[in-house]
Write a protein that binds this ligand. Sequence first.
Ligand SMILES: [Fe+2]
Ligand SMILES: [Fe+2]
Length: 229
Amino acid sequence: MPHVAEIAPDIYRICVFYPELNLQFNHFLVKDEEPLLFHTGLRRMFPEVREGVAKVLDPAHLRWISWSHFESDECGSLNEWLTIAPHAQPACGMVGALVNVNDFSSREARILAPQDVLTTGKYRFRYYNTPQLPHGWDAGVMFEEIERVRKSLTTIQASPLANYVPYTHNTGRILEGLASLKPKTLATMHGSSFCGDCREALLDLATVMKEVLDKPSYNFAEVQQAVGP
Ligand SMILES: [Fe+2]
Ligand SMILES: [Fe+2]
């Protein structure tokens, strides 16, 4: 059962919680002249996310489908959405389109160059590419310039997966750049949406990521020992 909440005027968070993973997956729906769905969810999650979208608008009226990076939870059910929404078009960065999307997708993507604006009607979403943040060289976020909502980094959780999150020379400066936009709301994929001092929250995230991730975490000898001869 999806949980639907309005996090900004006509911007909805559709949350599906998987208790077995103790993890929430968030999909963001913009109700506007050209409705936008940001994150499709996994293929097996499609009925639930569709149910959530249908509480706000007719899913067949979706015009844009976008996501932060090419993975099953972010865009696995893209083709299911394109089937039920005949006017919907994927929108993503150039790397995502060239490497995965224009082969995977049943409809060609609109390629968003850095700082391109996707207008849905009353709202304007500016695209920022964020390579390797949170992960994936095709990663990017959208910043809604009217209500100042930014989508969507994941949260860094204390989980075994934390060691798989990359930390690059650009991680800090990307987060500082996003902080300079002074968002009012952060629409996060695997955590709560945050309303408050988002500039400070992003700068704090930069600090924590540096502390936690900016050090070697891979030991080949240990891996070899675990696997055995
Ligand atoms: Fe991911
Ligand atoms: Fe994810």
